[in-house]
Design a binder for this molecule. Structure first.
Ligand SMILES: C[S@@+](CC[C@H](N)C(=O)[O-])C[C@H]1O[C@@H](n2cnc3c(N)ncnc32)[C@H](O)[C@@H]1O
Length: 283
């Protein structure tokens, strides 16, 4: 699978304003899970590698659980946003590296205590990358694949606002971009099976699934909802060509129609963690 540098073109500036953050309990959940093995756990020592770090959504909140955190991403605009986020949060023990997961082993030697992928594993050559990450982990270290998951998760009681009308927005997007899920110059990755199946064919074996409770209280205005969509590879600004302003106007109208106050409840679901470990002693 070769990397297409345009998949996230123009999205980085919209990402943090438009995307929901992961669970407030992501840190404590990971700390607990990584302690279960006989290794030292997440105690402020060791190193974190966050792969496909984007604007630092996982790297920045977890960095102080380690001596050093390294965020890698092939998209330079994402890395610029990540550095800005870290400066804003006054987090200093971080390094950013522009590279793909596939090339990381060559450029960033281990060992790492924890390797995270926040909604980014999907973009990689999964089994090859998982095997490479296994070699980068210290004995007893963990691989955590992090994403939002609303399917089959209990829906909390949220603020008294309409939900983001995702179905209506998807219909609007179909009119502008067609019904294929586009990404960069082509379509998104077409994997034949689930992440769990892919990992089960590697030295990690089938991952454990855990959840940390999602944030039930995210409120967005129309600009933030639009930014969320413009931060996605499948509706990145460049895909609209000359129709981008037209799309923005149509989306603003649609959102106004669904919420006269132009405010919405964003429920991204709980934060799902697919966790795999490298044994503390060689097998
Ligand atoms: C959906 S964003 C996730 C950003 C962030 N990790 C988060 O959780 O919000 C996916 C990221 O994966 C990156 N990416 C795409 N292909 C990649 C690859 N082959 N290796 C590493 N990262 C890649 C993209 O540039 C993008 O920043």
């Amino acid at each position: 699978m070769s990397y297409d540098a345009t998949i996230y073109a123009g999205t980085a500036q919209h990402y943090r304003f438009g995307r929901p953050r992961y669970s407030r309990e992501l840190r404590s959940t990971l700390t607990e899970l990584c302690r279960l093995d006989s290794g030292p756990g997440l105690d402020g020592t060791g190193r974190l590698l966050d792969v496909g770090c984007g604007p630092g959504s996982v790297t920045v909140p977890l960095a102080d659980l380690f001596d050093e955190a390294v965020g890698i991403d092939p998209d330079p605009d994402m890395l610029r946003e990540a550095a800005r986020f870290a400066a804003f949060e006054h987090v200093g023990n971080l390094r950013w590296l522009q590279t793909t997961a596939e090339d990381a082993v060559r450029l960033e030697p281990g060992p790492f205590r924890l390797i995270t992928f926040g909604q980014s594993f999907w973009w990689t050559d999964r089994e090859r990358v998982a095997e490479a990450m296994y070699d980068l982990l210290e004995p007893g270290g963990c691989l955590a694949l992090i994403s939002h998951c609303a399917t089959d998760r209990p829906r909390p009681i949220g603020p008294d606002l309409p939900p983001i009308p995702h179905d209506a927005i998807k219909e609007l997007l179909r009119r502008y971009l067609g019904s294929d899920r586009r990404a960069g110059q082509g379509l998104g990755p077409q994997h034949p099976d689930s992440i769990e199946d892919a990992l089960s064919r590697t030295r990690f074996g089938r991952p454990e699934q855990h959840f940390a409770p999602g944030r039930p209280d995210i409120v967005r205005n129309s600009d933030s909802v639009i930014a969320g969509y413009l931060s996605m590879s499948s509706s990145a600004p460049h895909l609209f060509g000359p129709n981008l302003d037209h799309f923005r106007a149509a989306m603003t109208d649609l959102l106004q129609h669904h919420s006269p106050t132009a405010r919405f409840w964003d429920w991204p679901g709980d934060t799902q963690l697919l966790l795999a470990r490298k044994p503390a002693t060689p097998m």
